[in-house]
Design a protein around this ligand. Structure first.
Ligand code: ZN
Length: 316
């Protein structure tokens, strides 16, 4: 993961502002006191540590299969039904079996809010890559949400989706990467279920110390607006910055298929000149460079965003 074309940065700034203005014209934010948010970053961090204990977890590996079984157990213990969405990916090194996990929590409305992340890690033959932030954090985040959401009243059906094969097997390209996301969009489209999804919230690399999140210019404008306004309201302006960039990630196949989606992704993970920070895709992506506090911040923002969506009379 995940391409970050900086050349587009300023074009997208203007585009984002224009789209946000028009798309939000009909959206009314609820005026309510903040609910007691129960996202436990320490617990989420313990999930992250457990995931890292499985070792490198590339698509098709035994370690990822064991990780998957552990995740399924956690989800079922939290009261979710879990669908294993198995498929075979055509990759530059041949066919690789992959499995998305789709945890479902039904409600009166069959309309779906999807919260998603990836649980695979990128394969690196020359060093041990455990992907604490890149892969571990999103799966850990979803597991903590899985614990909370069944305890709340909600009118939307919720899906928690753990994508397999987010990482490129060799080099990031339109045909090498986001295998699970591309597969699920194609399947939901052929099943006629894609339009049930009212919003997709993707989280990726959300545990890095010194969390820094910028609006993704590829994400749907009204979702960017709600998430960043919510972060501002909760006092997290230092972590949710104002400088848009453009990210390719698991949300793009959904956006390209017409689904409203946002990628909440941490940038500048560690010092250095890597596009996502110095620890990104290195042996330094370890639990030592991750923080329960960062998971708590993103958890509170996402839960408050979900509350806004639940309270709104109509989504944009
Ligand atoms: Zn990655």
């Amino acid at each position: 993961m995940k391409k970050r074309p900086d050349a587009c940065r300023y074009f997208h700034l203007a585009l984002l502002a224009a789209i946000a203005g028009s798309a939000l014209a009909g959206f009314t934010a609820p005026c309510r006191a903040a609910a007691p948010y129960a996202f436990n970053g320490t617990r989420a961090f313990s999930y992250l540590e457990r995931l890292v204990d499985f070792g490198p977890r590339p698509a098709g590996s035994k370690a990822l299969a064991a990780t998957r079984q552990w995740i399924i157990g956690q989800l079922k213990r939290s009261g979710w039904s879990v669908e294993e969405d198995a498929f075979t990916a055509d990759t530059p090194i041949g066919a690789i079996p992959m499995v998305n996990l789709i945890a479902k929590l039904p409600a009166a409305s069959h309309k779906v809010i999807m919260i998603a992340g990836h649980y695979d890690t990128k394969r690196f033959p020359n060093f041990r890559f455990v992907g604490a932030n890149d892969g571990g954090s999103s799966a850990a985040f979803l597991l903590e949400l899985a614990r909370i959401l069944p305890r709340q009243k909600h009118r939307f059906t919720y899906w928690l989706v753990f994508f397999d094969g987010e990482e490129a097997i060799q080099h990031w390209s339109p045909t090498d990467g986001v295998y699970g996301s591309r597969h699920l969009v194609a399947r939901l489209t052929s099943d006629g279920k894609l339009d049930r999804i009212q919003a997709m919230i993707l989280v990726d690399m959300v545990a890095g110390t010194d969390l820094e999140i910028h609006p993704d210019a590829n994400s749907t404008a009204w979702l960017n607006r709600i998430v960043f306004r919510t972060a501002d309201r909760l006092g997290y302006k230092r972590n949710f910055r104002a400088s848009p960039t453009a990210i390719d990630d698991d949300h793009l196949p959904f956006i390209n298929a017409g689904v409203s989606a946002i990628d909440i992704i941490g940038l500048d993970y560690g010092p250095g000149t890597n596009p996502f920070g110095g620890y990104w895709h290195t042996a330094q992506d370890t639990v030592q460079h991750c923080s329960p506090a960062s998971l708590t911040i993103v958890g509170r923002v996402v839960l408050a965003t979900l509350e806004e969506l639940e309270q709104s009379q109509r989504l944009p």
